[in-house]
Design a binder for this molecule. Structure first.
Ligand code: GLU
Length: 441
């Protein structure tokens, strides 16, 4: 069976890791089945949705490589929602309501004070035609509710949670269209899923109750529902997905030098018992994807783990994959020496600066003579691939130094740092002329 999935963010803000978790699992579900992955912009909230956020969403998922096969915008589809609402009305499954928000609020407070659940009492269903005409004559525009089937127990086999059910009698008939004609999320999502042939809906457990309602909508519209999968919401290391982390958008990760494949590789495995692996491309993530590996847990997102994974990925990146992001002049040999010391590709520039110079090094007085001797030794030795080895052997023999006193003054003088890539490889990159110059004080 092929699959069609959708990622359906509202363009009312930037994407964060929680949204991307949803996108990743929808993308992988579709691609594993050789199917299609769609971007649906849930922009029915005209006041809060902006084209700038829509574009940022497109840019972010493109950066991650989660390229959609098509894009739809809910704001283009109001005619389809009107038609569905008319169909539901004709079937007795949608009805107009005239209560103001204040009246509804009072009803809820009264129910609560009597110890009753604040479920809408369906007063509008009891209105006669004359009463409706009077209310509309007073200029009151109706909002519309979907009439739940309170007797129908809603059940489904969730691809993550297993057998699931909702008792619709505990829920209010949801408002689907506001008095101003604008649609709320619930019905448009169902109409789109039907029209776009969505086969799998993969989303957070915060939508479980919505699924109960939406399954009744699919049935009322005579459609077969998609398969449903609800995962536990991401948490941060300190519990809830914190504001700081929740607002860590893709732009922040990009600026921090995180590779897009690291983000996807991490989110593909988070919450499963499978190890997070430093993969090179999406292909192996697609091949290894299985929604049922996600348990009933709340996966923990730890930025430090992402950085660690990023480093492991960078250590394996071939020169070809990074050449455009490296400083001019840096070649394959230099990349291969330096990459093992990096956590981000951007840091390569620092090491290239160490190679090219200038470097500043403080020389301890007790090392001055030692370094002068090192300089003389380099000047004398034939410069070749084994120059470092030859240098330290000679210095060891002539000075009796070993370990740290043998190596550290050389590393400091030649690189200006205490740590870094293997000196043998680094000295070859630095070259004879620069090495002699750096040992001259
Ligand atoms: N716009 C909805 C959300 O972001 C989509 C939910 C769904 O996947 O149906 O929560």
């Amino acid at each position: 069976m092929t699959a069609v999935t959708r990622f359906a963010p509202s363009p009312t803000g930037r994407l964060h890791v929680g949204n991307i978790f949803t996108a990743v699992h929808n993308f992988l579900t579709a691609k594993k089945a050789g199917g299609r992955f769609l971007l649906r912009l849930d922009d029915t909230d005209r006041a809060r949705s902006t084209e700038a956020f829509a574009q940022a969403i497109r840019d972010d998922i493109a950066w991650l490589g989660l390229t959609p096969d098509a894009e739809v915008k809910q704001s283009d589809r109001f005619a389809a929602y009107d038609a569905a609402l008319a169909k539901l009305h004709a079937a007795g499954r949608a009805y107009p309501c005239y209560e103001s928000p204040e009246e509804l609020d009072i009803k809820r407070k009264v129910q609560l004070s009597r110890g009753l659940p604040p479920v809408y009492d369906r007063a509008a269903l009891k209105l006669t035609d004359t009463e409706r005409a009077r209310l509309e004559g007073e200029g009151i525009r109706p909002h519309w509710r979907f009439k739940l089937d309170h007797d129908g127990h809603v059940e489904w086999d969730d691809l993550i949670r297993g057998h699931s059910h909702i008792d619709p009698a505990s829920l209010s008939d949801p408002v689907v269209r506001r008095a101003d004609g604008g649609y709320l999320y619930m019905l448009p999502s169902v109409v789109d899923d039907i029209d776009l042939g969505i086969t799998h809906v993969v989303r957070g457990e915060d939508h479980v109750a919505n699924s109960g309602i939406q399954l009744q909508m699919f049935a009322a519209l005579g459609a077969t529902p998609p398969k449903l999968a609800h995962f536990g919401l991401l948490t941060s290391v300190d519990g809830e997905l914190s504001k700081r982390l929740g607002s860590a958008g893709m732009d922040a990760l990009r600026e921090a030098g995180i590779e897009p494949i690291a983000v996807v590789a991490m989110l593909a495995r988070l919450g499963t018992a499978d190890a997070v692996e430093p993969v090179a491309s999406l292909d192996s993530l697609i091949a290894g994807h299985d929604l049922s590996r996600l348990g009933n847990t709340h996966p923990r997102f730890d930025p430090a783990e992402l950085q660690h994974l990023n480093a492991r990925i960078v250590h394996q990146l071939p020169f070809e994959a990074v050449r455009d992001r490296l400083p001019g002049g840096m070649d394959t040999a230099a990349w291969e020496v330096i990459r093992a010391n990096l956590t981000t590709v951007g840091e390569a520039a620092d090491w290239w600066q160490v190679v090219e110079g200038p470097v500043t090094a403080e020389v301890a007085p007790e090392d001055a003579a030692y370094l002068a001797e090192a300089r003389a030794t380099i000047a004398e030795l034939p410069w070749g691939a084994d120059i470092w080895q030859a240098l330290v052997e000679r210095l060891k023999a002539s000075t009796g130094r070993k370990g740290k006193p043998l190596f550290l003054p050389l590393r400091r003088a030649l690189t200006g740092r205490d740590h870094g890539p293997e000196m043998a490889a680094l000295l070859s990159l630095i070259g004879r002329a620069r090495a002699l110059e750096r040992l001259t004080f």
